[in-house]
Design a protein around this ligand. Sequence first.
Ligand code: BYC
Length: 319
Amino acid sequence: MTLTETPLDAGTQADLESHFEATIARNDRIEPRDWMPDGYRRTLVRQIAQHAHSEIIGMQPEGNWISRAPSLRRKAILLAKVQDEAGHGLYLYSAAETLGVSRLELTEMLISGRQKYSSIFNYPTLSYADVGSIGWLVDGAAICNQVPLCRTSFGPYGRAMIRVCKEESFHQRQGYELLTTMMRGTDEQRAMVQESVDRFWWPALMMFGPPDADSPNTAQSMAWGIKRNTNDELRQKFVDMSVPQAEALGVTLPDPDLAWNDERAHYDFGQPDWDEFMQGVKGNGPCNAQRLAHRRRAHEDGAWVRAAATAFATKEATA
Ligand code: BYC
C-alpha cells in the first residue's frame, strides 16, 4: 500500500489504518512506502535521528585518544572502532531518510540543539582506561538496547540494526579485552580501570532512558512495535549481564545496593542521579557545548565537499 497525494475518503482512510494495525499485530514490517500514522513516522524520525546523532557524536570521546594510543595495535583497533561508528551513523541517517527527511535537515536539527543525542557522550574521557570502559559498558548497554531493535516494526531501522549489532559486539569485546590486559598489569593500571568504571557505571545505566514510570514515549512506542522492551527491562538485563563480567574482571561496581535477589532472580541495584540525567538531556551536561561546537565546526568545514558532490551530481544528471 503506497502513500497517495490526493485526500483520502473516510473509507480509504479506515482501510489504511486497519491494514497498518493488522501489520503491527502480526509483527510484520512496515516499509517506507506503506501508509503509516503521522505519530508513528514522527516517533521513528525522532528515535532514529537521535540514534544516528549518538553514533556520530560518540566518535568524539574516543577519537580524543587515537593520537595517544599506547601502541600501534591499540591505535589500529581504536581507529577501526571509531570508523565503525561513522558507518553506523550513515546507515541510520539513510534509514531516517526513507521517512521523508534529509540527512542535512537532521544534521541542522542536531547542531541547533533541536534534536538530542545520547546522554552518555556528554561525559569526558580522562584516561586510556576510558576507551576500555566505553567498549565494555557503553557498547554493552548499546547492545542490550539494540538487539531487540533488530525486530523493530519499521523495516529499514531493523535491518540497519542487524549490522550495527554485529559491529557493537566486536566493540564490546575489544573494550573488555583492553580492561582485562590492564587488570593484569601494574597497581597503577588497575587503579586507572577502577577509577574509569566508577565514572562510567551510572551514566551507562542512564543510557536506557528514564524509569518507565517517567517515560512519556515507551507505552506508545511499544504498542507500535518500535520499542520491544521498556527502559527498565533493558536496564535490568544490562545490570544482570554486567555483574558477573565485573567479577571476572576484578573491578567493583560503584553501587552499595547491588545484590542478588533470589526471589526476583535478578540483581537489585540503586538508582542513577536522574537530575544529572535531565540536565544532560537538556543540553547542560559536562561536555555538551564542546561536543556540539565540534560537530558544528566539522559540518562547516565540510561545506566544500557537499558543494562539490552536489555540483558533480547536477553535472552528471544534465550530461
Ligand atoms: N540520552 O520516553 P523516553 C552507541 C530522552 S550510540 C538522551 O524513554 P524513548 C555508541 C528521550 O529522547 C547508541 N536523551 O524516550 C556510539 C525523550 O525526549 P524527547 C545510542 C534521552 O525515545 C559511539 C525523553 O528523554 N542508542 O551505541 O521512548 C560509541 C523521554 O524518554 C535518553 C540509541 O540511541 C538518553 N540516554 O526512549 C559507543 C538507541 N533517554 O525525544 C557507542 C535508540 C531518553 O521526547 N534509542 N532520552 O524529547 C532508544 O532506544 C530510545 O530512544 C531510548 C529512549 C531508550 C534512548
